[in-house]
Design a protein around this ligand. Structure first.
Ligand SMILES: NC(=O)c1ccc[n+]([C@@H]2O[C@H](COP(=O)([O-])OP(=O)(O)OC[C@H]3O[C@@H](n4cnc5c(N)ncnc54)[C@H](O)[C@@H]3O)[C@@H](O)[C@H]2O)c1
Length: 281
């Protein structure tokens, strides 16, 4: 072997798993949960399209027209499918309706939450069982429903991502939605278990507070955002869903191909600290 070969070794092509995956180019994604252009899901759809993904949105009932209006504000106006995530008929027909447009689905965003008014806002001890159950079915069980209905269209390498609010502790006013989010975190782990053998990933992004329609329905949520801004080591902008959307796009992309059952906190570091660093002790 000559000296030049030692100095300039022959280049080896990286193996497929070592090649850097390229964003969401060519991915086909179902994005639920867009109701206004302030929805976190809207920011995800926008970024995904800018990264080269094809997107379908879902909306339901009387608010579907709002979803259609928001869809027109995206770089490319996507189709909007009817999907009430608690409706058996909608869920049963969903994969067929997507299959009419696409031969496969590469990713799904679950951005769905609802709790009746008496399950939120400090009514924890008096909330009726029906209201707590409704919060659970719409906000947690629906991730299983969506996954089960779409898995037959999803090939190995595809991904499901959900939007979470840290459920490891009790919050003011969040009440039974907090309990539903705890279930949601558990559903994510079971989906990781059951869909992993099919090569499908399941992950959550645990977001800090963002000003959206759902958030404005929770009394006192604005004050929580102010506290967040003070305490998060990186600071926090509750008007900017961009960092959350970027993390979702990462989890939908091949860059996260070995990540499943994870909860990625996108909250300015809030979850990791007990007090504001400005606290005088
Ligand atoms: N905004 C925040 O501060 C924040 C923080 C962490 C997590 N999240 C989560 O993000 C997700 C999206 O919420 P958002 O804050 O963007 O608010 P949003 O109001 O824009 O979105 C909530 C969506 O849930 C949908 N939805 C409710 N019931 C449904 C049903 N039965 N079937 C189908 N869709 C249904 C609504 O149509 C709406 O599009 C929720 O899971 C929420 O808990 C929000």
């Amino acid at each position: 072997m000559g000296l030049s070969e030692l100095i300039e070794p022959e280049r080896v092509e990286p193996s497929p798993s070592r090649r850097r995956p390229s964003g969401l180019d060519g991915k086909r994604l179902l994005i639920t949960g867009v109701i206004t252009h302030n929805s976190i899901a809207f920011a995800v759809a926008e970024r995904a399209q800018l990264e080269g993904a094809e997107v379908i949105l879902s909306g339901f009932g009387r608010t579907r027209r709002m979803t259609e209006r928001a869809a027109k504000r995206l770089p490319l106006t996507p189709d909007v499918l009817e999907l009430d995530a608690t409706n058996e008929d909608d869920l049963k027909s969903l994969s067929g309706r997507i299959a009419k447009r696409w031969d496969r689905l590469d990713g799904v965003l679950h951005a769905i939450a609802y709790a009746p008014a008496d399950a939120l806002g400090g009514e924890f001890l008096t909330t009726p069982a029906d209201s707590a159950a409704q919060a659970f079915i719409t906000s947690a069980f629906s991730m299983k429903s969506l996954a089960a209905s779409l898995a037959p269209l999803m090939a190995p390498g595809s991904a499901i991502v959900g939007l979470d609010f840290d459920a490891t502790i009790a919050w003011p006013v969040y009440d039974w939605m907090g309990v539903a989010k705890a279930a949601f975190e558990s559903v994510n782990r079971y989906l990781c278990r059951d869909l992993g053998p099919l090569g499908i990933r399941s992950n959550l992004v645990s977001a800090g507070p963002i000003e959206t329609a759902a958030a404005s329905g929770i009394p006192g949520f604005g004050k929580l955002g102010d506290e967040w801004q003070r305490r998060a080591p990186l600071g926090w902008q509750q008007t900017d869903p961009g960092p959350v959307a970027d993390a979702v796009c990462f989890l939908l992309s091949d860059a996260s191909r070995a990540v499943s059952g994870e909860i990625l906190h996108v909250d300015g570091g809030f979850h990791a600290v007990a007090l504001s660093s400005a606290t005088n002790l």
